[in-house]
Design a protein around this ligand. Sequence first.
Ligand code: NAI
Ligand code: MG
Length: 491
Amino acid sequence: MKNQLFINGCWVAPIKGGSFDTIDPSNEVAIAQIAAATKEDVNLAVLAARDAFDKSGWPELSGKDRADYLRRIASLIRDKQQLLAELEVRDNGKPLPEALWDIGDTAYCFDFYADLAEKLDDEREKTVGLSDERFSAVARKEPVGVCGAIIPWNFPLLMAAWKVAPALAAGCTVVLKPSEVTPLTALQLAEIAREAELPPGVLNVITGLGAEAGAALTEHPGIDKLAFTGSVPTGRKIMQAAAADIKNVSLELGGKSAFIVFEDSDITQAVEWILFGIFWNKGEVCSATSRVLVQRSLYPALLERLVSEAERITIGCGFENGVLLGPLVNATQYEKVQRAIALGVEQGATLLSGGRRPAGKDTGYYLQPTIFTDMSEDSAIWCEEIFGPVVCIRAFDDEAEALASANRSRFGLAAAVMSADLQRAERVARKLRAGIVWINCSQPTFTEAPWGGYKQSGIGRELGEWGLNNYLETKQITRYDSQQPWGWYIK
Ligand code: NAI
Ligand code: MG
């Protein structure tokens, strides 16, 4: 199963027979050979999804019937939670408790969209009041068609669920391309779809390299919609490819999210959420609060406590008990983060803590939790997404300054604000230019609530009812009800 592609309900070898390795980042050892899809395989997968959409009756099924499939998938994911979580740890490096958490969320996501699929049966059509009584109209929601879903490596199976579950609930068919860095659990999802007896072609999973399989998917004329999560440069390429035939696109891209901590905050709470905001999932989180703004009177005490807590974080292989920081996902990412740290030092920031390979960890892509201060507002480490366990901290004097600094970014995915004064926190939350704002916390994510970014952090929203709408078109059906002739040409 591992070295094959899942197309039209069957496991098939890639036409050209190519493969690539996926690596365990805790020991740098190859764990599996994975099929490398080329343009020809992508074409077969899109044709299968196209046929399933146009001919299998999948989009015409009732929401209730599609919900049954989604619930079966959710239940199979729960049955295999331990196996899936362990694969995620080996492929991505994250600590096992985090991986178990991801898989629980993944199953819940399928159940959640099963409920929305059922609701769609009642809410699919809405009467539209028209200004001319001779006519009546309804607005009707219909599936957008064949979707190409391209996902990253930081939450491998969860990111698949965020796209596949609402797409299937809406009545779309899907070609899913997981990241070449972490393909293992997406292949399991394909097997789960087969076990759930999802009709052939409704979900296809093709593993392959971004520039080859990913690009072929974005260029294929048989795709109606592209849904992407990943980096800004790749998002830009996807939008360019989509422009050729005006495909519907939704993008969830990077961020450099700010966390404003006011001086009336409880220091323990502030430190806890700052740590969670940047070291959870190794900081390989699009919404990580990697820019922290602390009000000046709290700044020295907060820094002292933050450094002492960060230095206590247990680093190691995700399977070891008590580990809170696993290895970065691969060599490329490890080098990218190390370069960012070196550049930070070069540009004059103070490396307050971490920044190096931990003692005694000679193999694996391990990095200490890293804290920088005293950087200028236009320095690379303050402005650019690093996507690793690196946090930048600056002091501020008043609310207006903090807000201006937080909003001075080409990104706008997330932001957080902490204060004992809830009025102030609510006021600041409304002025932050970001799609997700946390008050008195950072990162908790709920399947029910909209997720996505302003500015260069993306287009469209995932999760909740917004995530379902992502996969729906709206059609108007307008009827002439009058018995009177229209009488324009024929009097
Ligand atoms: P990427 O954005 O290049 O890859 C994400 C997905 O896009 C993968 O499935 C990849 O195969 C695919 N892809 C790559 N090139 C493509 C192309 N030309 N056409 C179609 N699909 C293509 O991200 P990558 O290289 O894994 O990581 C690079 C940086 O991206 C990271 O250092 C991080 O800063 C950022 N990133 C952001 C994520 C987010 O959630 N916002 C997730 C992962 C990475
Ligand atoms: Mg891997």
